[in-house]
Design a protein around this ligand. Structure first.
Ligand SMILES: CCCCCCCC/C=C\CCCCCCCC(=O)N[C@@H](CC(N)=O)C(=O)O
Ligand SMILES: [Zn+2]
Ligand SMILES: [Zn+2]
Length: 478
């Protein structure tokens, strides 16, 4: 099973061992990246000063990457970066590694240390971007820098694309890089981006962590609902106001969840793969989903994270109305963020939402929307998936299961479906529910050891992508 082929490599393998000096330097370099507040507030409001500074910073801390003759660097959309690493064997199809420079805002409140301090405490580096996603960005460039210093010459060409506006759509970064590569006629073997982790403690009764490689991601709709009513004096209010009508409508949406779509796709596959990791009777239940599917789908709804995997979610995120305390407001607006389950489409969700609202006075404005992303292959012949599996196996030998999944958030990789059918979202990091809450939340942090392991992972991954295909045994066969 696995990728079959001749077992011979062209270049000697470079061990993924780093000196004490290199290890200190790599964590200090990450801290420096965290200290640059590359915050995206909205598509129109980015911290461009910080983004420009970040460009200068990576030049300074990764000098070998920038001076190597077979690496071309281009700035795209002003602040995004595209690196083309020309491999020595043009017969091998290139791949691409993605990460993003921007971060979501982080007000100081609630943090143990200021969010842009990059302070180290108890073996952890704190700060916005330590998990999302400067860790990946810095680890990719750091691993490449270290390989180049060791005179490594890649066989397979690859690209590194670093978007600057991922948190607010990716239209000026990832989308432009994608168009540029398409204009150059590039087709990629696969892409690796953020979006999933080695999950630890997300499923009750599952003691051991497992690696989830997301092979798809949910779609999304930002829907604005609006009610217009005649304004007037608040001393003689009408029976219903724009605020009352809209509040009732959004409450109906919140109280009426979209249907549970458990039953197909990556999640069912993952649970079946995980079945034997559970104690009795969960192992029997998960091995016999043909019988227990209704029970499992109900259990998945109990927790807000697993609930997000089985249905289109409805999140009320903005509500605006009113201009003065004694004026009946003419307009009320609310925005709802739907994340669409892979088994549904934008049109289906809009129809369901209209039926739930069931009020002609409410106008629907779709601000932006896209369908769920196609499911990338995860079979024995899927190069990107198998390379990830092989590298997980060698860097995290204690992890028994690598399973395909669906990313509940969105990533820059969604802009690259024109270049490849193999899009994999995976961060080589252990994630617990508490660290999941810190992403876009407070006290986001990464352990120094986890960051070093991420560098090691990419250092090995690049070399694995250059090795001749070789059989990859299934982990449970070991
Ligand atoms: C049986 C399996 C249990 C699985 C539990 C799932 C735990 C979830 C783990 C990881 C999900 C982390 C998602 C991170 C990627 C999100 C990236 C992001 O923040 N994107 C933004 C901006 C955008 N590009 O649209 C977003 O709003 O989604
Ligand atoms: Zn991210
Ligand atoms: Zn994010």
């Amino acid at each position: 099973k696995g990728l079959r082929g001749k077992e011979h490599r062209r270049a000697p393998r470079i061990p993924s061992q780093f000196s004490q000096e290199e290890r200190v330097a790599m964590k200090e370099t990450l801290k420096g990246a965290i200290q640059i507040p590359t915050v995206s507030f909205s598509p129109e409001e980015l911290n461009t000063t910080a983004l420009a500074e970040f460009g200068e910073y990576i030049h300074k801390v990764f000098p070998t990457v920038f001076k190597t003759s077979f690496i071309r660097h281009e700035a795209v959309g002003e602040y995004s970066h595209l690196f083309t690493v020309q491999g020595s064997d043009p017969s091998l199809q290139p791949y691409m590694l993605l990460a993003h420079i921007d971060v979501v805002p982080a007000p100081d409140e609630g943090w143990d240390v200021p969010p842009f301090s990059g302070l180290e405490s108890d073996g952890f580096i704190y700060g916005r971007g330590t998990l999302d996603n400067k860790n990946s960005l810095m680890a990719i460039l750091q691993a490449l820098e270290l390989l180049l210093i060791r005179n490594y010459i890649p066989r397979r060409s690859f690209f590194i694309a670093l978007g600057h506006d991922e948190e607010v759509s990716g239209v000026n970064g990832a989308q432009k890089i994608s168009a540029l590569l398409q204009a150059r006629g590039i087709q990629l073997a696969f892409i690796v981006d953020e979006g999933s982790f080695i999950l630890d403690g997300f499923i009750p009764n599952l003691q051991k962590p497992f690696a989830m490689v997301s092979v798809s991601e949910k779609g999304a709709i930002n829907l604005m609902l609006q009610v217009n009513m005649t304004p007037g004096h608040s001393s003689a209010p009408p029976k219903e106001t724009s605020i009352g009508i809209l509040a009732a409508a959004v409450s109906r949406l919140e109280q009426t969840p979209m249907p549970n779509m458990f039953g197909g796709g990556p999640l069912k596959m993952a649970l079946q793969q995980l079945a034997n990791e559970f104690p009795f009777p969960a192992n029997i239940v998960l091995s016999n989903l043909w019988l227990f599917q209704p029970l499992v789908s109900r259990l998945m709804e109990r927790n807000y994270i697993t609930n997000a995997l089985v249905r289109t979610t409805t999140a009320l995120t903005m509500f605006n109305a009113g201009v003065k305390v004694n004026v009946i407001p003419p307009v009320a607006q609310a925005t709802i963020n739907f994340r669409i389950h892979p088994a549904q489409t934008v049109q289906e969700v809009l129809k369901l939402a209209k039926d739930i609202v069931a009020d002609d006075r409410i106008q629907f404005h779709v601000l932006n929307a896209f369908d769920p992303l196609p499911v990338s292959p995860s079979d024995d012949q899927a190069l990107g998936y198998q390379l990830l599996r092989q590298t997980i196996q060698s860097v995290f030998p204690e992890v028994n299961i690598v399973a395909p999944g669906t990313c509940i958030g969105n990533t820059d990789s969604r802009h690259y479906t024109n270049l490849t059918t193999g899009i994999y979202r995976f961060n080589p990091i252990y994630l617990q529910p508490q660290s999941f809450s810190s992403i876009h939340g407070i006290n986001e942090k990464i352990s120094v050891q986890a960051y070093e392991t991420q560098v090691k992972f990419i250092f090995e991954f690049i070399q694995n992508a250059d090795a001749d295909p070789r059989p990859v045994p299934h982990l449970h066969e070991l």
